[in-house]
Design a protein around this ligand. Sequence first.
Ligand code: MG
Length: 247
Amino acid sequence: IIVKSTREIELIRTACKVIAKVFSEMESYIKPGLSTQEIADKAEQIILDNGCTPTFKGYGGFPGAICVSVNDTLIHGIPSKKIILREGGIVSLDVGATYKGYCGDACRTYYVGTVKEEAKRLVETTKESFFEACKVIRPGATVGDISHAIQKYCEERGYPLPREYTGHGTGRHLHEDPSIPNVGIPHTGAILREGMTIAIEPMVAMGRPNTRVLSDEWTVKMRDGKLSAHYENTIVITQDGYEILTM
Ligand code: MG
């Protein structure tokens, strides 16, 4: 388990602020008719203009600057000129930024135009489950406490959680120990310590939780073709709780 120094946390914080800037600029940018490539290009430009590099570009061979996942794509959508946002859909932007070798990682799911109540409920529940998990975070709490909080909140509202993908430590590398599953048992797993930087990321299904990976070897879709949502922030564990770095 990697605990960061104050200096390291400041570098991670700088990267995370740039991610937050991407999200705020996207609020007014996302609209029907845009391609996912156009969205990724804009995000990349904001990241570069603010002195960072897009962490995902080339990571494990990923071809895009960010992940853009539409509707039934859960995660890892590759930006494409051929994938066009349609009125009533939802789109998740998963963004990583690196500053002087240190990174942050976060995701938001946006509405494309006007969406149905059921889509809003999915997206809101996904976001709320992140904040529900935050309530248990302090030094001495465990990863299982976080996992359980997310699972309980989503499942009580009728939303299952795909189990193949998890949150993770982040900072010196995009993915560090510990893994932060979205399902789990309280008082189990790694113990949180002051100075740990972790990305917590509920990924939530409207239908069944089963996923498949497309032949591009990245795009993760829901097998039943129903909507899925994703919400993520990088946080730092502090002496008396936590601070969210990517808001
Ligand atoms: Mg992540």
